[in-house]
Design a protein around this ligand. Structure first.
Ligand SMILES: *Cc1c(COP(=O)(O)O)cnc(C)c1O
Length: 414
């Protein structure tokens, strides 16, 4: 629906990608507003009737236009840095509906968060708890905190995106959580507001997600018996999306319903912090074929997007569908789709049967999450433009970087 063929050409909603390439150039990230809104609304609908908050995980796609769109719909935010907090504020998000996660919050970030009126700091270690209490005391404020507890549940996903195992750097070990809550309860600078977990990304089945939520609820009961009452349970994000047509669907509704069923009618507010499942399938990376390079062992389509624009294929071995924007009259062959960066790891796709020639446009699908946010200037390549489509309208929401911007912050010592 958000990316489909109309009159033989792939469109974002009602705007032909060819028109976007003409107006804004390539490589270019293109997002569908309808797709983002509909994924967000799926969460809201599944949570209907429950005291709940959807905190969009900013790291998946932090463009201000995307954040503003979600803020207007009432979303809260899950952030992992002071930079993300600044983006949320600039986009009109509410600090009080924002959770701050991450193992390495600096003193400056904690101070910024407390002064902004952050909803909750998700604490990941005893040392961080001490640091937050100290800063809160100095500012004369109480810091709202939750512990991020490691539920020690195998999310059965890629090791780089699995975070809930015992050996993970994330969270407080489950066995230590109660003791730490009791210690925190004795610190007057801290206000204990909740508990959180996040077991990993790209979950395809609700089982491990629900198991983690259940462990959190047990801990909440255990703490209540010890006199510590928490107001929210944050069950994390990580719900997968379809990258391939035959990938199992990970319907948002099923994750939420199973979680609600497992938690029953508990009084605590339920928080979910999805990233990928809101924006992943709402974006494509639009690129143009520069050269067709047949080889002895492999054939290459050399395109103008590269690993600096979308690093997921080399970093995670991720698979993204590559779709020609218009059916080409070129013969079909099996290609690796590669960029101009000087690394053998610079590929967007491998072994794809495609018909394309120089000048043709290709869309790399499902690139709305962990695409632009992980981009870099490697090989001194300016960052791509970003465009948000709404019906028949396409708005530039981040202009392409200029060559001068590449080294604007650098200087040659005199
Ligand atoms: C990354 C992250 C998320 C979002 O993960 P997705 O796979 O994008 O849904 C949610 N919560 C926390 C704490 C995270 O670090």
């Amino acid at each position: 629906m958000s990316f489909s063929d109309r009159n033989g050409a792939l469109c974002a909603e009602e705007v032909p990608l060819e028109e976007i390439a003409r107006r804004f150039g390539t490589p270019c990230y293109v997002y569908s507003r309808a797709a983002i809104e509909s994924a967000y609304r799926e969460f809201v609908a599944a949570l209907d009737g429950r005291d709940a908050l959807v905190c969009y995980s900013v790291k998946a796609n932090s463009n201000l236009a995307v954040l503003a769109l979600l803020a207007r719909l009432g979303a809260g935010f899950d952030i992992v840095s002071g930079g993300e907090l600044a983006r949320v504020m600039a986009a009109g998000g509410e600090a009080s509906k924002t959770l701050f996660s991450g193992v390495g919050k600096t003193a400056a970030e904690i101070e910024l968060a407390l002064k902004s009126g952050i909803g909750c700091l998700n604490v990941e270690s005893p040392a961080e708890l001490e640091r937050i209490a100290g800063i809160a005391a100095r500012l004369g404020r109480r810091a709202p905190i939750a512990l991020r507890v490691n539920p020690e549940i195998d999310a059965r996903t890629h090791p780089y995106i699995s975070t809930g195992l015992r050996e993970s750097k994330f969270g407080v070990p489950h066995a230590a959580a109660k003791g730490l809550y009791l210690a925190a309860a004795r610190m007057p600078e801290l206000e204990l507001v909740g508990i959180g977990c996040h077991i990993g990304s790209l979950l395809v089945e609700p089982g491990p997600f629900v198991a983690a939520a259940t462990r959190m609820a047990e801990l909440v009961d255990n703490l209540a018996a010890a006199g510590v009452r928490l107001r929210h349970i944050d069950v994390g994000g990580g719900i997968g999306i379809r990258y391939k047509a035959d990938d199992p669907a990970a319907p948002i509704g099923a994750f939420v319903r199973d979680t609600l069923a497992a938690l029953g009618n508990r009084p605590e507010r339920l928080i979910v912090d999805p990233g990928r499942s809101i924006v992943g399938n709402a974006g494509v990376l639009l690129t143009r074929v520069e050269y067709v390079k047949p080889g002895a062992a492999r054939n290459f389509l050399v395109v103008d997007a590269a690993m600096n624009d979308l690093i997921r294929p080399p970093l995670y071995g991720a698979w993204h569908e590559v779709r020609p924007v218009r059916q080409s009259d070129a013969p079909s062959a099996v290609y690796d789709v590669v960029g101009p960066v000087c690394e053998s790891a610079d590929f967007l796709a491998k072994d794809r049967a495609l018909a394309a020639k120089a000048g043709d446009l290709l869309a790399i699908l499902s690139a709305g999450a962990y695409g632009m946010v992980m981009s870099s200037n490697y090989n001194s390549r300016p960052r791509a433009a970003e465009v948000l489509v709404h019906g028949r309208h396409a708005d530039l929401v981040r202009r392409r970087e200029s060559l001068a911007e590449l080294f604007a912050g650098e200087q040659i010592p005199g």
